[in-house]
Design a protein around this ligand. Structure first.
Ligand code: GLA
Length: 388
């Protein structure tokens, strides 16, 4: 990938002298879905696939972007003096938003730059290609313009800030945090209310994490996501008339059951139910993992899927088929939809000796029921952003 990007850079900008190459990972979330913006816990890990860039400072205020994944879009040019988001800017609204957020924090970006990017995260798979591009851009700016005070957690926060305020997607902190703070062979238990985190080694004995791409992405994803978030905010306000809490993540299941009558709408009860129970499931799942109880971890993953399907309603028929069929296959320890939802991927834990059968059986069932062929990735857990 690096060589491809360097070749393109030379073709576009004359040579590659003084160019630096960067990488930031995508992520998969093992459990703790739609809990981040509800002050709960998440348990994602960074992947070894992600987004790459080669870049160099310029002597003027021009910023040039080129993506080898979207080469049809050509060179997209803007300037430090023109950072308003626009439809025409397409994918470059992500890196532009990061430049905008750096400047908004008073960080000095004295000149423009040339940036050629490429990625190996399948498009629309829900493995956080956009968060990886945000973290990558922040990591690159920090290096190019020598801004050492920005930590990797800052890179995650800047990415989320920009996505919320520049790109109009009200996401939580999980994806950017997982990308910026990834650690090889570890998942990250993150308390999204405090940003306290701990790494948990993923040793699944004789099993692996398998991501299955449904190959569907339903429309209106961002608006449905923002809608879930505002339902939970409303439910929280209603609960606060009875209990002294700051987020839904503050509630145990029992406290929720005792106070849920404060929520005046049945749909909102289900949304909040998911947020509260999923948070507790995540804490329990990590405990189970620490105790070597992978079977319990898998059961909690399955329950997470059911809750996302029935209460939070962010699954979709195709991902339901993938998870439900996976549950029937011998050697599958757990399986659930992962990420924002409405398409994208499921994540499963599958025994090593069952992986080939898992792929074949799931492909057959999915083709039969959904007329689509899934794609499988046996996941390796990687580090956060690096210079390559
Ligand atoms: C998307 C968002 C995250 C998180 C997940 C759901 O990936 O970007 O912040 O809310 O959905 O868990």
């Amino acid at each position: 990938m690096k060589q491809k990007l360097l070749d393109k850079f030379a073709e576009l900008f004359g040579d590659t002298e003084g160019v630096t190459a960067y990488f930031a990972p995508g992520r998969v979330n093992l459990i703790g879905e739609h809990t981040d913006y509800n002050g709960g816990h998440v348990f994602p890990c960074a992947l070894t696939i992600g987004t790459y860039a080669v870049a160099r400072k310029r002597n003027d205020r021009t910023i040039n972007f080129f993506s080898i994944n979207q080469s049809g879009k050509g060179l997209i040019t803007t300037s430090l003096d023109d950072l308003t988001p626009s439809d025409a800017a397409g994918w470059t609204n992500y890196p532009k938003g990061i430049v905008w957020a750096f400047l908004g924090r008073g960080l000095d970006i004295p000149s423009g730059f040339d940036m050629v990017i490429g990625g190996d995260i399948p498009a629309g798979s829900g493995l956080s290609s956009s968060a990886s591009l945000e973290v990558l851009t922040g990591f690159m700016l920090r290096d190019l313009f020598n801004i050492p005070d920005v930590t990797n957690i800052d890179l995650a926060l800047i990415g989320q800030y920009s996505e919320n305020n520049y790109n109009g997607m009200n996401c939580g902190i999980m994806d950017q945090f997982a990308s910026a703070m990834g650690k090889k062979d570890n998942a990250i238990l993150l308390d999204c209310a405090t940003l306290e985190y701990e790494y948990a080694p993923i040793s699944l004995k004789d099993a692996k994490i398998v991501v299955t791409n449904s190959k569907v992405k339903h429309s209106l994803v961002d608006s449905a996501y923002n809608d879930r978030r505002s339902s939970c905010e409303k439910a929280l306000e209603e609960l606060q008339t009875k209990v002294d809490i700051k987020t839904l993540g503050d509630l145990s299941e029992e406290e929720f059951e005792a106070n849920k009558d404060a929520i005046k709408d049945e749909v909102r009860v289900r949304r909040a139910h998911h947020a509260v129970y999923e948070n507790q499931r995540t804490i329990r799942a990590v405990e189970a993992l620490k105790n070597g109880d992978i079977a319990e971890f898998g059961r909690l993953m399955n329950r997470s899927h059911i809750s996302l399907r029935d209460d939070y309603e962010t699954s979709c028929p195709e991902c339901d088929v993938l998870a439900e069929e996976a549950w029937k296959i011998d050697g599958v320890i757990g399986s659930r939809i992962t990420g924002g939802g409405f398409g994208g991927c499921t994540v499963s834990i599958v025994r090593d000796d069952a992986i080939e059968n898992f792929k074949a059986a799931l492909t057959a069932a999915y083709q039969k029921k959904c007329k689509l062929t899934p794609e499988f990735y046996v996941v390796s857990i990687g580090n956060g952003p690096v210079i390559i």
